[in-house]
Design a protein around this ligand. Structure first.
Ligand SMILES: NC(=O)C1=CN([C@@H]2O[C@H](COP(=O)(O)OP(=O)(O)OC[C@H]3O[C@@H](n4cnc5c(N)ncnc54)[C@H](OP(=O)(O)O)[C@@H]3O)[C@@H](O)[C@H]2O)[C@@H](O)CC1
Ligand SMILES: [K+]
Length: 490
């Protein structure tokens, strides 16, 4: 599991080590230089003679970059540091000069940086207040037009909202971010997370206190959460999922959500709706009609003005309230959500649907507003409804009980396709049904399961067609192998 910690938590953990004389900056800079040298060897076959540009801000972030530059200069790289402020980390600048590197003013070095093999962005780290200003902002705007080489961000892409993932000004998008001590929330949160590239965390031996801000599950976590049937399992002990989905106008959503649930390995799926004939023709495992269930999927392909589906969903919500059945509330069912539910109900809106849901509850926000501050609005929806909220997007965020926040970024952009949400709903429903008793005991588990479903959804899309277009049905079909691979590697 990747955990992230706020800048003040990181500073608090650094303090006792710095007081004890632990050379944190040396460690950070050495690890950074080692990674950059490896990238140069990969790209050019050598470090000697490579052109390395360093963007140097006024604080310790610039210091890290200068010391890393000194290491690279000693290995034969041609290193130029572009300064944006009169203040420059003194010892770092001296080390770079002693190693043969040069310091130049930003406007003098910008063209050289645009053509360098690697650009190290050490303008700002956790000391950033607001977006980049002045010369630093001008330099980044100029380089954002295009740099030939790789961009490596030092600790964070300079100028992101380190704790909230905001993009308050220009940011040079990185190919890789080498972050020190611990990941920071802004590296995992949209929209800033889109500027991070590949994330690498350098362990500085920090003893981080308090709860981490945001988590990202990995494959082993998901394998640990998966409801693997014991030897004496039968279909009812494995969980029964009720699915209220689809209509004559939207039959595909019913087929896709039930298919995903069956292929994710639930004990049984009961379908409620008007297209049972089509569902059974595609998935003969599905049982039509009412009966006892442990969890529900409401909403894929349901219009709120469909009176019969509406009745079924409203009736089923009584079971959710009275018997604590877990539920996925998706698409059309979001408009049928009762005023207040518990975290065992997982909402799965995209940004536009979340904006609508919030608006009906008195908030003033539109789709663009949700996209600019997704964590803020997912949190708000959790506070207002009591539900666990899974906000779909290029990065999926989950906010649940006990301040749980997850950020999952496995989905390829190809997964932004019709029907993908129906597959996610069915897959998540299968997980909720399979762990219904545990959710009963601890409703905050629903958030971890929602994050797990997002990871599996993304992995299944990769497996269905690595690096290329993928149809929703193919994602569902890839689920059994994807889950088996996760469990085998655990
Ligand atoms: N702590 C440690 O032991 C370790 C820390 N490490 C490293 O230190 C980094 C943190 O260093 P830091 O605290 O010096 O802050 P940093 O990010 O360099 O920026 C502060 C400077 O930027 C300026 N500035 C602020 N906002 C601005 C803006 N929008 N636009 C323009 N300028 C702006 C601000 O100016 P001021 O507001 O004071 O006028 C101030 O001068 C951390 O990210 C990691 O890389 C590692 O070596 C491991 C050990
Ligand atoms: K930086």
């Amino acid at each position: 599991m990747l955990l992230s910690w706020t800048s003040s938590q990181v500073r608090a953990a650094e303090e006792p080590l710095l007081a004890a004389g632990v050379p944190l900056m040396d460690r950070a800079a050495f690890a950074l230089a080692t990674q950059v040298a490896a990238l140069l060897r990969e790209r050019l076959g050598r470090v000697g003679g490579a052109h390395v540009a360093i963007l140097v801000g006024p604080g310790n972030n610039g210091g890290d970059a200068l010391f890393a530059g000194a290491h690279l200069a000693r290995r034969g790289a041609a290193v130029r540091a572009l300064t944006v402020d009169e203040r420059v980390h003194g010892a770092g600048a001296a080390a770079l000069r002693a190693a043969g590197g040069r310091l130049v003013a930003a406007d003098e070095g910008a063209a050289w940086a645009a053509d360098a093999d690697v650009v190290l962005d050490g303008l700002l780290g956790i000391g950033a207040t607001g977006g980049l200003r002045g010369v630093a902002a001008d330099l980044v705007e100029r380089l954002s037009v295009g740099v030939r080489g790789l961009v490596v961000a030092v600790d964070t892409p300079s100028g992101i909202g380190v704790d909230d993932g905001a993009l308050p000004g220009p940011v040079l998008a990185a190919d890789r971010t080498v972050t020190f001590g611990a990941a920071k929330p802004g590296l995992l949160l949209p929209p800033a997370s889109a500027t991070v590239g590949q994330l690498s965390v350098v362990d500085l031996g920090l003893d981080l206190a308090g709860a981490p801000a945001i988590a990202r599950l990995d494959d082993a976590d998901v394998a640990g959460l998966w409801p693997v049937p014991p030897a004496d399992a039968h279909k009812y002990t494995r969980g029964v999922l009720g699915v209220v989905a689809g209509a004559r106008r939207y039959p595909g959503a019913a087929v896709l959500s039930t298919t995903a649930a069956v292929l994710a390995g639930v004990g049984m799926v009961r379908y409620l709706g008007d297209v049972g004939d089509l569902v059974v023709a595609r998935r003969p495992e599905v049982v039509i009609g009412v009966g006892r269930v442990q969890a529900w999927v409401f909403g894929p392909g349901v219009s709120p003005d469909d009176a019969s589906q509406r009745r079924r969903i409203e009736h089923a919500f009584e079971g959710v309230r009275e018997r604590g059945e877990a539920a996925v509330c998706d698409a059309g069912a979001l408009e049928l959500l009762p005023a207040h539910v518990g975290p065992h109900v997982v909402l799965t809106p995209h940004a536009g649907e979340l904006a609508r849901l919030l608006t009906t509850r008195g908030e003033h926000v539109d789709r663009a507003g949700v996209e600019a501050e997704p964590l803020r609005w997912a949190r708000r929806a959790h506070e207002l409804t009591g539900a666990t909220v899974l906000l779909k997007g290029p990065v999926t965020l989950v906010v649940g009980a006990q301040s749980a926040v997850y950020s999952q970024a496995e989905a390829p952009s190809w997964l932004a396709t019709a029907g993908a949400g129906d597959v996610l709903a069915g897959l998540l429903g299968a997980l909720l049904a399979g762990r219904a008793d545990d959710i009963h005991e601890d409703p905050s588990l629903a958030a971890a399961l929602a994050a797990a479903a997002a990871l599996v959804h993304g992995r299944a899309a990769h497996r269905a067609n690595p690096g290329g277009p993928v149809a929703a049905r193919a994602v569902a079909v890839a689920l059994p192998e994807t889950i088996a691979a996760l469990l085998a590697d655990a």
